[in-house]
Design a binder for this molecule. Structure first.
Ligand SMILES: NC(=O)c1ccc[n+]([C@@H]2O[C@H](COP(=O)([O-])OP(=O)(O)OC[C@H]3O[C@@H](n4cnc5c(N)ncnc54)[C@H](OP(=O)(O)O)[C@@H]3O)[C@@H](O)[C@H]2O)c1
Length: 300
């Protein structure tokens, strides 16, 4: 059996690659910073010296790198995947990449005989470790069928959203919803606190009603505890909102909630919180309201 390729062993890629290995698939991995491949090597994976070397031996290659530029470099750089890829190989981009870049990359890869699937995820680092990610897939059905057993190792939900780029569109929609809801949760809990009502009790009351959301539950807990250990880092949330904003601008789409979330996320990163969980957005709201940081309280 050809080894499965995995390129990009960051916060997300490392545990995902490990899950494929644990499921019994032979693996060949590459990471730009070689030291990050060590745990996979210890667990039995082969380590390659370049994306090209991965492409030369694998017919299915996962990539999970930082952004559009990183995906382009891994695919088409001087030591890129395409330099060694056999015809009909499937490359699965599991990072969050812009839909338009994804479609362009898919066309370029097709010219070299390869197939690019976009399969971004929701569920964060915890979901990557547990193999419980939600995976949103774009690309041709036949290629998806070839990698479906592997995707099922990585996630609990795998949805074929549509043609190339459709998975990334779904992920952008996910970020629109998450950021708008996060702003609402941060505002509501700040409002309660300023009006002298315990925000922990407010959250508890609202969790049982129509305003329930997973964001109120999870991010609300982080806000109340004042614990912004990531989770999902503000710099990545900012990057994803940038993707939505650029796609929207190209089509003259007015997305006012996303525009506001983008500005608040910029302010959070400018305040030195790039590596904090994006729920720290509450601190920007508090500052706008002339309030001190949330004192930790027991979310129950
Ligand atoms: N973290 C989350 O909770 C989460 C959730 C959903 C989706 N995502 C998405 O998943 C992707 C990866 O996120 P992450 O949290 O795993 O990020 P990360 O920990 O910062 O890892 C980024 C990875 O990309 C590699 N990379 C960056 N630039 C590169 C380049 N020019 N060439 C080759 N490799 C390059 C890094 O290599 P080095 O080790 O050499 O720096 C590293 O392996 C992103 O698209 C992110 O938006 C993340």
């Amino acid at each position: 059996m050809d080894p499965i390729g995995f390129i990009g062993l960051g916060v997300m890629g490392q545990p995902m690659a490990m899950n494929l290995l644990k499921a019994g698939y032979p693996l060949i991995v590459y990471n730009r910073t070689a030291a990050r491949a060590a745990p996979l090597a210890e667990a039995g994976a082969q380590v390659a010296v370049s994306p090209r070397a991965v492409g030369a031996v694998s017919r299915v290659v996962f990539i999970n790198v930082a952004d559009d530029a990183a995906v382009e470099s891994v695919l088409f750089g001087p030591e890129g995947l395409v330099q060694g890829l056999a015809p009909d190989s499937v490359v699965v981009d599991m990072g969050t990449t812009s839909p338009s870049a994804t479609r362009a990359f898919a066309r370029r890869l097709a010219e070299q005989g390869g197939i690019l699937l976009d399969a971004p995820v929701s569920g964060g680092e915890a979901g990557a470790h547990a193999g419980t990610l939600s995976i949103m897939v774009g690309g041709p059905q036949a290629a998806i069928a070839r990698v479906l057993p592997l995707l099922k190792v990585l996630g609990k939900s795998v949805v074929h959203v549509g043609s190339s780029g459709a998975g990334q569109v779904a992920k952008a929609c996910n970020q629109i919803l998450v950021s708008a809801t996060l702003m609402g949760v941060a505002e509501a809990l700040t409002f309660a606190r300023r009006l002298g009502v315990d925000p922990a009790r407010v959250r508890e009351a609202l969790l049982g009603g129509f305003a329930y959301s997973r964001i109120l539950e999870v991010h609300g807990r982080r806000i109340l505890a004042g614990d912004f250990t990531p989770g999902f880092r503000a710099r990545l949330h900012q990057k994803d909102l940038g993707i939505v904003s650029r796609e929207a601008q190209a089509l003259n789409l007015a997305l006012p909630a996303t525009a506001l979330a983008t500005q608040l996320m910029n302010a959070l990163v400018a305040a030195g919180q790039a590596e904090s969980d994006s729920a720290a957005l509450v601190q920007v709201i508090e500052q706008l309201c002339g309030m001190a940081k949330t004192p930790p309280s027991d979310p129950g």
